[in-house]
Design a protein around this ligand. Sequence first.
Ligand SMILES: *Cc1c(COP(=O)(O)O)cnc(C)c1O
Length: 328
Amino acid sequence: MNEEYSKVDLFVGDSPIEFLPNLSKHLGPKIYVKRDDIGGRAGGGNKLRKYERIIGDALEQKCDTLIIAGHYQSNASRALVGAACQLGLKSIVVCKELIPKQNESFNQNGNALLMSLMDAEIVGIKQEDDYQEEMNKIAEKVRNSGGTPYIIPFGGSNLLGSLGYFDCANEIIEQCKSNNIKPDYIFVATGSGGTQSGLVAGFQLKSFNTKVIGVSVLHNKEAGTEIVDSLTKEILAAKEYKSTNKAEVIVDDNFVGAGYGIPTKKGIDAIKLLAKTEALFLCPVYTSKAMSGLISYIEKGDIKNSDTVLFIHTSGMPLVHTYFDKYE
Ligand SMILES: *Cc1c(COP(=O)(O)O)cnc(C)c1O
């Protein structure tokens, strides 16, 4: 097994698992949070775990310019620009307006603001332009001016990226063992799928008995399940998993609402609830939708008061600000 792909350190240390007493009291089940919102630079978040091997690969290939398809409020873009700054690399964000403008400052505030503070090179493209074609053109330009480009996969969700969450699964297993936590359910926001895939593969390999619920923020159930399922298989194959037991992939698309980046009423309620009970901030695009899924499962009785839940906080803090006028 090719265990050691090259890696850079971006996500600093293990993130803690914390019990949420006030939220648990309010909702019923025992709820814990995995604090993946606090590890590393540039605002942190799940993308840092994914970039460790992706950028490791870029460095292995002697690349000096990272190119990513993004949008003005992309956590993936902001985290990539941060990683590039930190490692002394160049980055270019190929930007579309992927989310319909939510307010006047939408393309300047939040992640856009942080990217601009980091002096990011942002190349705006038209709605109808193709990301891949535009990235290829920019890569060509970089080559022509003597640089070596590396194109980051969508959402950092290829095998190399997802292995960051395979590692995280092992981290969770160890932490749960030493703190005697037995999560019946794990909730995570699912977009490009790498986070969920890594977790599912990691738990499968160690026969860790829990149900991972990926709450989709982007794809419908069929597409989301297909993406997570095939990536999970790819990771397990890379880890030479031999068992014929199939990993269970659950992607729930009932909480996406009107679409990616468009807040839902239940998500906004979840943001306020977590803020006032636990001083934790969820974002309108990802984590609030995942939390609204968890709340709904509890309300419907699918998750019982005797159950234990671990919520993966994947961050997205800058988005709390971007949607400042959506909390009424
Ligand atoms: C990107 C992102 C996700 C989704 O992770 P995927 O691996 O793309 O499914 C969840 N939460 C936050 C805050 C993110 O930025």
